[in-house]
Write a protein that binds this ligand. Structure first.
Ligand code: ADP
Ligand code: MG
Length: 291
């Protein structure tokens, strides 16, 4: 590669909101034939809002504990819960202990009891009882593309929180453009299968996996690489950093976490996924200039 062609490519990228950190990924990007997208914050806005809380308790303290737990988490879902409870003027209690449970949610101790907010796995870990009536309500919310998180103490379910994260207006066309150019697009998410299916269907993604832990996102990259694919990964979160590091071409979405941007070789300083096919095209042009 001539340094001049690379310099021109990097410059063109910068003009188009594509920051390229190393020459190698600029030269490799046009060869990508598998692209993995994280769901939350990448395909979707990543700014979820609470649409409904179904309370299963009359304990007025419960919302204050939920607030205390979620305000210590940096997960976008937690921010949605915090904003919602702030609007309801809920005041936080002070927790004796707090812990973030990777890929599952948050847990803490208050008034000598354990409290947790997170996904169904987290509830199952603690043998929380979810009756059929609540399960049916949660199912209906999920079928409508809401993310459902559960809040419990001990084995008692206290609330079901429905959260919706809008799909970016630009995601569907960007994914279509990529697929038309012969790239297989995959979606990975730590979110549940129902929400994942609803989002995948709405943006036209055929291949997706739900309830994926951060380490498994990286494992999936390896799987595709072993099958001979040149793999690009685009993500925004701390939970994407292992997969970004493993990918042949790593793309951080600009409004994401600093860790994602530190690891990734390319950063899109726009939330528009159409920058990905643009970056691949730019790579092709750069390489042709070199030859
Ligand atoms: P993703 O980026 O797809 O959301 P994560 O691994 O960050 O993947 O999270 C996996 C799942 O764990 C979330 O979809 C959510 O159900 C649950 N979760 C994580 N953090 C929290 C939190 N602070 N409060 C409630 N649920 C959470
Ligand atoms: Mg994410």
């Amino acid at each position: 590669a001539t340094p001049t062609a690379i310099m021109v490519g990097v410059g063109k990228g910068a003009e188009n909101n594509i920051l390229i950190r190393d020459a190698e990924s600029l030269e490799l990007a046009h060869k990508v034939n598998a692209l993995i997208l994280d769901k939350t914050g990448t395909i979707t806005e990543g700014k979820p809002v609470v649409t409904d809380i179904i309370w299963n308790t009359t304990d007025a303290n419960a919302s204050a504990v939920l607030y205390a737990l979620e305000r210590q988490s940096e997960h976008p879902l937690a921010e949605a819960v915090v904003s919602h409870l702030q609007e309801k003027n809920v005041k936080a209690v002070s927790l004796q202990h707090f812990e973030s449970v990777t890929g599952r949610g948050v847990a803490g101790t208050y008034a000598g009891s354990s409290w947790y907010a997170g996904n169904l796995q987290l509830m199952q870990d603690h043998r929380v009882v979810i009756d059929s009536d609540i399960a049916a309500k949660a199912g209906a919310l999920q079928a409508a593309a809401n993310t459902v998180i559960y809040f419990a103490t001990g084995t008692v379910l206290l609330a079901v929180v429905a959260i919706a994260d809008k799909i970016k207006a630009t995601s569907k066309t960007a994914i279509e453009t990529l697929q038309r150019s012969g790239i297989e697009v995959y979606m990975l998410t730590g979110d549940n299968a129902h929400t994942a299916a609803a989002v995948a269907q709405q943006v036209g993604i055929k291949h997706y996996r739900a309830e994926v832990l951060p380490a498994h996102k990286a494992e999936f990259v390896k799987e595709l690489q072993r099958a001979g694919k040149v793999v690009a990964m685009a993500g925004d979160g701390i939970n994407d950093s292992q997969a970004l590091a493993q990918a042949d071409v790593s793309i951080a979405m600009g409004k994401g976490s600093d860790i994602a941007m530190d690891v990734a070789k390319m950063t899109l300083i726009t939330s528009d996924l159409n920058s990905i096919p643009r970056a691949f095209k730019l790579s092709g042009k750069t390489v042709r200039t070199i030859k």
